[in-house]
Design a binder for this molecule. Structure first.
Ligand code: ABC
Ligand code: CA
Length: 483
């Protein structure tokens, strides 16, 4: 699928081994610190597609699918998929080729997309860097396809970043010589075949800044479908510079801005305000960047603060910021694992409850966003516009008239006694709604009418976010506040 087709999507990220088992167990043990396969499969995902789709998602991102280091390393098994060895074989712990095709077909039958995680920077090796047996790899089965070993010492030196090896001395990641024309051609051939074999709709590209830019230009051309690249950096100019080669990048800079604002009650709105004002000029197209507040590499939000009101603000911002939202499995259950590997909990242990507060919030906001996009495709490209801010509270408008969403976020938290319920008045003009318009606050299903002077009175309480949508627009989808 194209960039254009992905723009209105919403993505749910699963680690294939950790989302759902073929037996649909909700009790199977999964000790995150042991580094073992926990039993998640493609068949398991197929059985839980209702759970994902009913939360409002229209795409899933799965782990890398290729064959990895088979044996146990000091960091455990390669259950996450990032230590590949044979690009032409599948990781059979997740299921067979037929199972993966079934998953792809099941998604397409629901109108959903399949995004696959792709690693091109390196392979994985269990042992020291000088003990690598290159004949174990396919198709890159010779030392000539790789950069000579060196460890990255200075991460600000882009030459080292691209040419030295990631990983460590226990599990080094032999670094492909992606500057080599043969390597590029072989990767191009592989990705074309992979996309066609499994009817893949989009790619998540691993370790983008560790690979030279011309490689990405050629890989994107060969793949010829939507790809979002992982450029792990808080620098928006640097991250977005890769939009020259790839359609999209993961919005790490927005992640840092959202987390700085929300991971405690002592942050301020400044980073978010700055992001809203500058991203639109730093990026070729902010509407296709992918927005997230959690993933398998980062501390879960709830490991930083247990406050549910802050978690709701974070999730709401993820879903309503410019770009394509990504929610990481477990975020809807307020999972609280800290860094890798603790943040890779089995989703099944939540019992897949669709009554969880963050599940229903995600569902409502995905539905409202979809509704806004259906009413007006320009909702996607309308840059999020700050219409109010003080130290702890910020309001945005996104979308042109009658498809707009007005959202208000605060980091005061649920228990701050200095903040009794208060009213924030959004002046006439900034919301785009004329006097007498009926609007609904979709998270509490409260109805109100724009006053004769055109203002909207936002009642803030308990540190919760507020999201307003026109009542007429909301009504068209009965699942939003029961019509
Ligand atoms: C394993 C063990 C761990 C152990 C580790 C040493 O080895 O499991 O317990 O601690 C995979 C596995 C991991 C595994 C690694 C290495 O491989 O999932 O479990 O860790 O063997 C991607 C994937 C990730 C994957 C790989 C490798 C890459 O999402 O799951 O890991 O295929 C870097 C990379 C990034 C990578 C991430 C985990 O590490 O760039 O691609 N993710 C700075 C650097 C970043 C760096 C980051 C974290 O630190 O610039 O490049 O990310 O180390 C901002 C700055 C940024 C700065 C951040 C921290 O602050 O702007 O530059 O990032 O303000
Ligand atoms: Ca490299």
């Amino acid at each position: 699928a194209t960039l254009e087709q992905w723009r209105s999507r919403s993505i749910y990220q699963v680690l294939t081994d950790r989302f759902a088992r073929s037996d649909i167990s909700t009790t199977a043990k999964c000790n995150v610190t042991e580094g073992n396969y926990c039993g998640g499969t493609y068949q398991g995902i197929i059985k839980k597609l209702n759970y994902i789709q009913e939360m409002g998602f229209s795409a899933i991102w799965i782990s890398p699918i290729t064959l990895n280091i088979p044996e146990k390393t000091k960091f455990g098994y390669a259950w996450h998929g990032y230590w590949q060895q044979d690009l032409y074989k599948l990781n059979d712990h997740y299921g067979s080729a037929e199972d993966l095709k079934m998953l792809s077909r099941a998604l397409h039958a629901r109108g959903m997309y399949l995004m696959v995680d792709i690693v091109t920077n390196h392979n994985g090796w269990n042992g020291s860097a000088d003990s690598v047996d290159y004949t174990r790899f396919r198709p890159f089965n010779d030392r000539k396809y790789y950069h000579d070993y060196c460890a990255i010492a200075d991460y600000t030196d882009q030459v080292q970043v691209e040419n030295c090896w990631l990983g460590d001395t226990t599990v080094p990641l032999p670094d492909l010589n992606t500057e080599d024309q043969n390597v590029r051609t072989m990767y191009g051939t592989w990705i074309k075949q992979l996309i066609s074999n499994y009817s893949i709709d989009g790619l998540r590209l691993d370790t983008v800044k560790y690979v030279d830019r011309p490689f990405w230009a050629s890989f994107q051309r060969a793949a010829n479908i939507f790809a979002t690249g992982e450029v792990l950096s808080s620098n928006i100019t640097f991250a977005c510079s890769y939009q020259a080669e790839l359609g999209s990048v993961l919005n790490y800079p927005a992640y840092y801005a959202i987390i700085d604002f929300l991971n405690s009650t002592s942050g301020t709105t400044a980073p978010l305000l700055h992001a809203a004002q500058t991203f639109k000029t730093s990026c070729k197209d902010t509407s296709v960047l992918t927005t997230f507040t959690e993933n398998h590499d980062l501390p879960r939000f709830a490991s930083q603060t247990k406050d549910m009101a802050l978690a709701k603000n974070a999730l709401a911002l993820t879903l309503l910021w410019d770009g394509i939202p990504i929610v990481y499995a477990g975020q809807e259950h307020h999972y609280s694992g800290y860094a890798d590997p603790a943040n890779r909990e089995a989703t099944w242990l939540s019992g897949y409850s669709n009554k969880a507060e963050l599940y229903t919030l995600t569902r409502t906001l995905n539905l409202v966003r979809s509704r806004a996009l259906a009413l007006s495709p320009s909702y996607a490209t309308y840059n999020i516009w700050p219409i109010y801010n003080d130290t702890h509270t910020i309001a945005f408008r996104k979308g042109s008239s009658n498809a707009q969403i007005i959202s208000v976020f605060t980091n005061v938290g649920s228990t701050n006694t200095n903040y009794a319920p208060w009213t924030l008045t959004l002046a006439s003009g900034v919301t785009g709604w004329i006097p007498g318009t009926d609007v609904v606050e979709v998270l509490s299903c409260t109805k109100l009418t724009i006053s004769p002077d055109g203002s909207l009175a936002v009642k803030m309480q308990k540190g919760l976010p507020k999201v307003y949508f026109s009542a007429a627009a909301a009504k068209a989808d009965r699942r939003i506040c029961n019509g």
